[in-house]
Ligand binder design. Sequence first.
Ligand SMILES: CC(=O)N[C@H]1[C@@H](OP(=O)(O)OP(=O)(O)OC[C@H]2O[C@@H](n3ccc(=O)[nH]c3=O)[C@H](O)[C@@H]2O)O[C@H](CO)[C@@H](O)[C@@H]1O
Ligand SMILES: C=C(OP(=O)(O)O)C(=O)O
Length: 433
Amino acid sequence: MGQQVRYRVRGGRPLKGTAFIQGAKNAVLPMIGAALLASEGRTVLRNVPIIEDVRRALELAEHIGAKVEFHEPERTIVIDASELGDPERAVLPADIAARFRGSVLFVPALMHRMRQARIEGVGGCNLGSRKLDFHYRGFARLGAEVTEDAERNHININAPNLRGGRLYLDTPSHTGTENLIMAAALTPGTTVIEHAALEPEVLDVIEFLTRMGAKISGGGTGIITVEGVESLTAVEHTIMSDRIDAGVLAMMAAATGGEVSLVGAHLDHLGVARWKLEQMGVDFAQQGAVLHVRRDADAPLRPINAVTSPYPGFATDLQSPLMALATLADGESYLHEAIYDGRFALADELNKMGAKIEVDGTRAIVHGSPSTPLRGADVVAHDLRTGAALVLAGLVAEGETVVASGYLVDRGHSQFASRLAALGADVTRESAA
Ligand SMILES: CC(=O)N[C@H]1[C@@H](OP(=O)(O)OP(=O)(O)OC[C@H]2O[C@@H](n3ccc(=O)[nH]c3=O)[C@H](O)[C@@H]2O)O[C@H](CO)[C@@H](O)[C@@H]1O
Ligand SMILES: C=C(OP(=O)(O)O)C(=O)O
């Protein structure tokens, strides 16, 4: 893995100023997968976040035969997938694919361009059980042959003749919806996907695919219809801004009693999280494409109850920073994590910093106290959002907090330390061999 990355945070400074919200991680990853469906032209994606998951996705795209360029200063990716087609390259190798969950979003391109796929591993945040059965069952209902090589832990897919079909999801899976739409886009006939996800990133991916020539209707309604087309063409698209990045920075401003302008953030993308933060005492004002966030440092945060659920419910990715924020509130907050059973690993780390959090299965009670400050400590990020939540805790803790592994933060937050430093925080990113 090479470099060990750590975030070192010294608490006590309110965040003030302007921050730029990155492009959405959970939109760019499916779009890189979608760009590989284009048999002609060069795709140009703009507002790309400079994050490790994007780097891994581009390595994977090159591995299967695409030509890619990542112009980081311009936050622009150029992808030429016109020469994809060598079945020998229809493999997602574990050493790249197991490092990010979005690797599963390459399967439709492999099925359509190479007629087969071998998946040797799919990664992502370590959040407890994260199955991919909806994806594989959906591909099978479109006519693919999906088999498991249990000994090697591989999934093999053969897709010589796909045809449209009626699909459903047991829960409205975010990447499941995107993957089945991408698979259906080049599949002859009509495909209907019931109980589809409503996340804004799903709608952005639909807009991108539509521009490429796909025929998709019903985005945002829960029932999506896709009429298969013969080919898709490369286009240019600007990725929507990242609502989780915006939510994390808003909560950091709230935690420190600060006042920030978040360029590119949209209140309506926050769903229920907006209302929960307002109930805690956070003030929002949307001024065009800039979201102004402030919290009166003299009034303590109020405790909150939150249950995670798919959009527009409270996003599970924002539950970790909310837990850290709730440690500062005046009283008991109640959190129910209904999507990922592994997210509460954060509680032990916050308790090391002096928080009082009790966990019972998928429920947690946070005994908040505005008068007992958190203490800096060496803490472990178990996943991307735990990492961001611990940086948040460090911003309000007495003394120094060191968060490792910083690679997990870098998976999903672009230039995190420098953006926070620009808001006045004392945060540095260190990497050592
Ligand atoms: C790259 C990306 O977009 N990641 C996001 C996406 O992950 P991802 O798309 O993987 O999350 P899903 O919406 O699929 O997962 C929702 C729930 O369904 C379960 N499930 C999902 C698929 C499946 O085949 N079988 C199954 O049982 C999962 O274990 C989980 O409990 O949505 C999550 C939920 O908003 C976010 O936390 C992730 O940041
Ligand atoms: C769970 C997350 O990401 P992934 O699905 O890529 O693991 C996340 O963004 O918090």
